[in-house]
Design a protein around this ligand. Structure first.
Ligand code: NOJ
Length: 939
């Protein structure tokens, strides 16, 4: 806030930033020691901000760093407005905030409202102040220790009462935690004013949010449990009003370890806290994994009330305290103790003082599974420092210190945390064989692509690329197999399906996704497309503790392998008593029953068989949900060497659009249908056919080797067929020598092309078919003709033959071209997309990758640039060849002017800027997906 009282906005951007936050919890004391005195400090933390950013976290939550006797690790504050000298100075803090904001990160600090240290000046004054005075009433006093008898003790292992006698005051003071932490008295308006001033002090220092410690216990009233009192909520509303009056984009996070309906109250009507920890969910995640049953998680999520639109849960697995089991039933607590804390030393108060990795018995699959839940269930995730590398704990240290040991940066002395003498450290570094710094440390894990740390980075990158995780709704799906937890996260037009196997054994699951029929699940960590969803349950098999995160995509292509391996819908059987003739009404005899049967077959063929066949073709894109109307414009039988094929020209009208034409040659294989079912013809199949007791397969003839060879042979000699009121002409280009033998090599097909069907004949010829052709000049044919006939150029595949339909009015539609194959190693576009994906993936693992591998002046992309240069050279050579042809208006040379070059440069730079901006906004992984999609359009 400024002195004038105007509103102050923290860092840049969205006021709801906390909804997309990935929070990293840091103890300054144990993170990094910059001055080697054995205690971590603010400058040490600043030097590690890039590490946190690189992990993918965008918000840092700082544990208390204020002056303190340190009897509750800093939650016993003796001066609210200063920095503990061992951690640094206010200037260091300001620098920290600046450095965070500079990195587009936020900072949350502790606002400990409920209590102070007994060393705080307020308490020292209060215990000496007269009864009933403002100063004395900063705290809660009593002449006896009998008041508020219905209040539970939180630190039950160390405190026998919530009252402690103060000989100086001659009275008992009230405390919910340690007896050196007197509770503040929120019934005293002067005290509340002082708290508000402290809050504003840190907001003015640039802090983006506060964790409100122990917020459920602020007020006391006789005859209650002294938790969640209406008076406490009134205090929070006061705090929020003060915040909203002067600041924008700041946030309050409630630490209220309560049941869901009670935690809900801390959001108020969007007039209390912006966030609250989901305390009830946390132990139930552990419960679900231990019992291999989703029930505890599903149940608590069902019991979780809706929260206001501007509010957000904070989810967590572990933090600096014991894993609290206060809000579970006695039976559940016993179960969890048995499962996770068999050693009594691991227990503290009503909880378990262990870190995530030891709780998961250091089983990488279980740690990953827990982390996936943390990253995908509703709320903003909080990562406890060190859990990203699987740090262990030390249950032989007192209180909760076992989970607060120094960060393990490297295998060096003191785990790279400090150069001080080991005895001098604030807490001993873990040295045991399994979790010690020699084994578990950042440096080693950064070097290993498969480390937990790098895996975490990839997962967080996935989360950061999809707002549905932070902002989306939750829909629980309950498949029959209870070991599987499945849910949808939906936001705007994005739907993400999360499926988690809570069991150690492999599981199969059928998930009802019929609402999303036709969508293609794209797995988010690998961007792999899975078979499309249908009306029937979606079947998945999962390894023990496995998980899937799928974007249910409606724009992503069908996976390329799918048609070879996954059956399309069940094929129908067409009864064809008169062979091909049945399909066109030319049935023999006048038997009315047979006529009726033939009519039925024709209707079935047009309405069902062709419709579902076309829908399965990648080159056939529908514009609407309505079934297309299909007409047979023309058909002709083509016989060669005892084989016959049916050539059909269809007109397809789809959703009121203009009719499109499709060229569909068909073949019938009267072989054994079992063979057909599993054989190479499956991807081309239209329907089974039956003629008396003969059963066969009707399929697209491009799947038939004999048909493909017949096409080439016909081009070699030149063939004309009367067709569609014109001529179907198969011919080879002038001056080209082509024989049927040129096509002798083994046939290989590319079925998943976007606009065409590709057929290779060995490594000599390539036939490109346009199944949905457009009338008029074909760029492929025109350019190919010039390059092969007028200005031959070796690096461009020569066109040797064409398949074209010449109409009666003279218009020509090219249905296919036959090209010579030029030996190549793939196309540059795909190469570039894959190259970028690889680069971004590597980069996502280590932000410093480029610097690591290249010295000054070295270019990591040198190899790629060489290739790009070669493409430029080849393109120029091609244009020279075209220019040399020097004829035809379309290909005639044009002078390039300086303004042309300027405009092209501007266009290239603008596009580059747009792409770079896109990369920055969307995150690297997401962009790689986009690039692929854009590639499809621009290619
Ligand atoms: C909650 C904190 O998380 C915990 O560490 C502390 O001991 C209590 N508040 C009391 O300050």
């Amino acid at each position: 806030m400024t002195k004038s009282g105007e509103t102050v906005v923290s860092g840049p951007g969205d006021a709801l930033w906390y909804k997309d936050a990935v929070i990293y919890e840091v103890p300054v004391k144990a993170f990094f020691d910059s001055d080697n005195d054995g205690i971590g400090d603010l400058r040490g933390l600043i030097s590690k901000l890039d590490y946190i950013k690189d992990l993918g976290a965008n918000t840092v939550w700082l544990l208390p760093f204020y002056p303190s006797p340190m009897r509750d690790d800093g939650y016993d504050i003796s001066d609210y407005r200063n920095i503990a000298p061992e951690y640094g100075t206010r200037a260091d803090f300001r620098l920290l905030v600046r450095e965070l904001h500079h990195r587009d990160m936020r900072v949350i600090t502790e606002l400990v409202l409920n209590h102070t240290s007994d060393a705080h000046a307020w308490f020292q004054a209060a215990r000496r102040a007269p009864h009933g005075s403002v100063k004395r009433d900063y705290y809660v006093w009593s002449d006896d220790d009998k008041k508020y008898a219905g209040t539970r003790r939180i630190f039950s292992d160390t405190e026998s009462s919530n009252w402690t006698w103060d000989p100086v005051a001659g009275a008992y003071f009230w405390h919910r935690f340690f007896s050196h932490q007197p509770d503040l008295n929120f019934d005293n308006p002067h005290m509340l004013q002082a708290v508000l001033r402290n809050m504003r002090f840190w907001l003015d220092m640039g802090v983006d949010g506060f964790r409100l410690d122990a917020v459920a216990y602020l007020c006391e009233r006789e005859g209650t449990s002294n938790e969640n009192l209406p008076e406490t909520h009134a205090v929070l509303r006061r705090l929020r009003a003060e915040l909203d009056r002067h600041y924008v984009g700041r946030m309050l996070l409630a630490e209220a370890n309560q049941w869901p309906e009670d935690v809900r109250e801390y959001f108020g009507e969007s007039d209390e806290c912006h966030m609250a920890y989901h305390f009830p969910l946390m132990p139930r995640i552990y419960m679900a994994v231990a019992s291999e049953d989703r029930h505890p998680v599903v149940e608590i999520l069902r019991q979780t009330p809706e929260i206001p639109a501007s509010c957000q849960w904070a989810t967590f697995l572990r933090n600096h305290d014991e894993l609290t089991l206060e809000k579970v039933t006695d039976r559940e607590r016993d179960y969890l103790y048995n499962a996770y804390a068999a050693d009594p030393r691991a227990r503290l108060n009503l909880g378990i003082r262990r870190r995530l990795a030891p709780l998961m018995e250091n089983d990488r699959r279980k740690i990953e599974l827990m982390t996936v839940l943390l990253m995908t269930l509703p709320g903003s995730p909080v990562i406890y420092y060190g859990d990203e590398i699987g740090m262990g704990d030390n249950i032989y240290l007192g209180d909760r210190n076992g989970v607060r040991t120094p960060m393990q940066w490297s295998p060096d002395r003191n785990g790279g945390f400090s150069r001080a003498d080991p005895q001098q450290l604030c807490l001993p570094v873990n040295t045991d064989a399994v979790y010690g710094a020699q084994t578990v440390n950042v440096e080693s894990q950064l070097r290993s692509p498969s480390s937990l740390l790098n895996w975490m980075k990839r997962l967080i990158a996935v989360r950061n690329a999809h707002r549905a995780f932070g902002r989306g709704s939750l829909v629980l799906i309950e498949p029959g197999n209870r070991k599987i937890l499945a849910y949808l996260r939906e936001y705007l037009d994005e739907t993400i399906l999360c499926v988690v196997n809570l069991s150690r054994t492999p599981q199969a699951v059928e998930i009802d996704l019929s609402r999303y029929a036709k969508r293609v699940p794209v797995e988010l960590t690998a961007r792999t497309a899975f078979p499309p969803v249908r009306d029937t349950p979606y079947f998945l098999t999962m390894p023990g503790y496995g998980f899937f995160l799928f974007r249910l995509s409606d724009e992503s292509g069908v996976p390329e392998w799918r048609e070879e391996r996954v059956p399309r819908v069940e094929l129908q059987t067409l009864v064809m008593p008169d062979g091909w003739a049945t399909l066109f009404g030319a049935t023999s005899g006048s038997n009315r029953v047979r006529q009726a049967l033939a009519d039925r077959t024709r209707a079935q063929w047009k309405r069902e068989v062709l419709t579902s066949f076309l829908a399965s073709r990648r080159w056939f894109e529908t514009s609407g949900n309505r079934s297309p109307v299909i007409e047979i414009l023309e058909h002709a039988e083509w016989e060669v060497g005892g084989r016959s094929w049916l050539l059909a020209l269809l007109s397809v009208t789809d959703g009121g659009e203009k009719a499109r034409e499709c060229f569909l040659p068909m073949s019938i294989d009267w072989g054994d249908t079992d063979d057909i079912q599993s054989g190479a013809l499956r991807p081309w199949a239209l329907a089974y056919v039956r003629q008396q007791d003969r059963v066969g397969l009707l399929y697209e003839a491009f799947g038939d080797d004999a048909f493909c060879h017949a096409l080439v042979a016909a081009m070699a000699v030149g063939v004309e067929l009367p067709f569609a009121g014109g001529t179907l002409r198969l011919q080879c280009n002038a001056g080209v020598s082509l024989s049927g033998d040129d096509a002798a090599g083994p046939i290989r097909r590319l079925l998943a092309q976007r606009n065409d069907i590709g057929i290779f004949f060995g490594s000599t010829l390539y036939l490109k078919i346009y199944p949905a052709p457009t009338a008029g000049v074909s760029a492929d044919v025109e350019l190919g003709r010039v390059q092969s006939e007028v200005a031959p150029y070796a690096s461009v595949p020569a066109i040797v033959g064409t398949l074209a339909l010449e109409r009666a009015n003279g218009a020509t539609t090219v249905l296919g071209v036959l090209q010579r194959v030029v030996e190549n190693q793939g196309d540059c576009w795909d190469y570039t997309i894959e190259y970028l994906e690889r680069h971004f993936d590597d980069h996502a693992q280590s932000a410093t990758l480029d610097q690591d591998t290249s010295g000054p002046g070295m270019d990591v992309h040198a190899q790629y640039c060489l290739l790009a240069g070669r493409i430029g050279q080849r393109t120029a050579e091609m244009h020279l060849a075209l220019a040399a042809a020097g004829e035809g208006a379309a290909l005639a040379t044009e002078a390039v002017t300086a303004p042309d070059v300027e405009a092209w440069t501007l266009q290239a730079v603008t596009e580059l800027d747009q792409v770079l901006a896109h990369i920055r906004v969307q995150g690297q992984r997401h962009t790689a997906v986009d690039l692929k999609a854009r590639g499809g359009q621009q290619k």
